[in-house]
Design a binder for this molecule. Structure first.
Ligand SMILES: C[S@@+](CC[C@H](N)C(=O)[O-])C[C@H]1O[C@@H](n2cnc3c(N)ncnc32)[C@H](O)[C@@H]1O
Length: 336
């Protein structure tokens, strides 16, 4: 490469990526070079006339080799932009997707201005940290994930971004949540890919991103169903549950939330018009009734919901006090 100059390095890198089958080769080459020489130096323009050191050239060559070998760009660079901040990512944690920024926007609109927030399936912590740093208050945010490698990224990100009002706990969904604990808002971008969809995912995803972050049983609903079962025991009266879902799951998720007695169940589209988010509200009025037969009937028989097909109690214990039957939320194999 001519004199090791930046323009030549970008060109050679793009060529290497193109040979590796990377479609956006020129742009990705620029990102890789920027990553190695530093954004300020790249943007200053001076860099374009500044010779590169041998170390820098070798580093760019190494990153291009990884990328041309099929490793996702975000893992190669080690970072991803999300909701205006830079997060560390790498093997072992899901690469946050742009549509999840919309979930954060929805969460900002739903948060009532008081109370704690819980983020399940937090991965690199993008949702939890964005909310911890953006919500008014700010509230305390408690986030859980079953994967210790994923949580290591979340911890690193929380420290780097200064999210001191965030607690990260390893465990199965609601399992590690201290009781009694109620949240004004519970968010989750859970695994929701069905077994069939998983097989059809690009190799770049299947070969590199953790299957536990994606797969959720034959219909992709295993984890969503468990969250819907468990959330009522951890939601404040009138608290919101907000989920990212697969684009074909809108009707099924609406039905399962209705069947469990949630109020104000709705499915929202992403900017491309695909059903990607489900929200539902705890039945606050029910919660405020004393535990037991406040109206003369057993708690489980008090209300019918979901077209009269399911009973509240059977659907997850909406009227039980916090702390009871926690095992139900934490039970189950965890499809991935
Ligand atoms: C789709 S990723 C979402 C990560 C992150 N919230 C985001 O939006 O980028 C799902 C996450 O759920 C975690 N997970 C899978 N099964 C779980 C379970 N049973 N309990 C808690 N976390 C789980 C995975 O480790 C993964 O980090």
């Amino acid at each position: 490469m001519k004199d090791g100059q930046i323009a030549g390095l970008v060109k050679a890198t793009a060529e290497r990526l193109r040979h590796g089958g990377v479609t956006n080769a020129r742009r990705e080459a620029e990102w890789i070079v920027q990553e190695v020489i530093g954004r300020d130096r790249w943007l200053s323009g001076v860099c374009r006339r500044t010779p590169l050191s041998a170390d820098e050239t070798a580093r760019v060559t190494e990153l291009a080799r990884e990328r041309a070998g099929g490793r996702p760009l975000q893992y190669v660079l080690g970072t991803v932009e999300f909701h205006g901040r830079t997060f560390s990512v790498g093997p072992g944690v899901l690469i946050p997707r742009p549509e999840t920024e919309q979930l954060v926007e929805l969460a900002l609109g739903l948060y009532p201005g008081h109370g704690e927030v819980c983020d399940l399936c937090t991965g690199s912590g993008v949702i939890a940290i964005s909310l911890a740093l953006t919500l008014p208050g700010p509230p305390h945010v408690l986030a859980t994930d079953i994967s210790e490698p994923a949580l290591a990224y979340a911890r690193r990100n929380a420290a780097a971004l200064g999210a001191a009002n965030l607690t990260l706990v390893q465990g199965d969904l609601f399992g590690p949540l201290p009781a009694p604990r109620r949240f004004s808002l519970i968010t989750a971008n859970p695994p929701y890919v069905s077994a069939g969809e998983y097989d059809a995912l690009p190799c770049e995803v299947r070969n590199h991103e953790p299957a536990t972050a994606l797969l959720a049983g034959s219909e992709g609903l295993d984890i969503i169903r468990r969250i819907a079962d468990g959330a009522p025991r951890f939601l404040s009266p009138d608290g919101w549950l907000l989920l990212e879902i697969g684009e074909t799951q809108g009707a099924a998720v609406r039905e399962l939330l209705d069947a469990r007695g949630y109020a104000e169940v709705a499915v929202r589209p992403d900017y491309a018009g695909r059903d990607r988010f489900a929200l539902a509200r705890s039945r606050g009025a029910l919660r405020r009734l004393p535990h037991g037969a406040a109206d003369g009937r057993p708690a489980g028989s008090r209300l019918r919901c979901g077209g009269g097909k399911r009973w509240m109690e059977a659907a997850g214990g909406v009227v039980r006090p916090v702390g009871e039957a926690r095992g139900a939320a934490g039970a189950g194999g965890g499809a991935f």
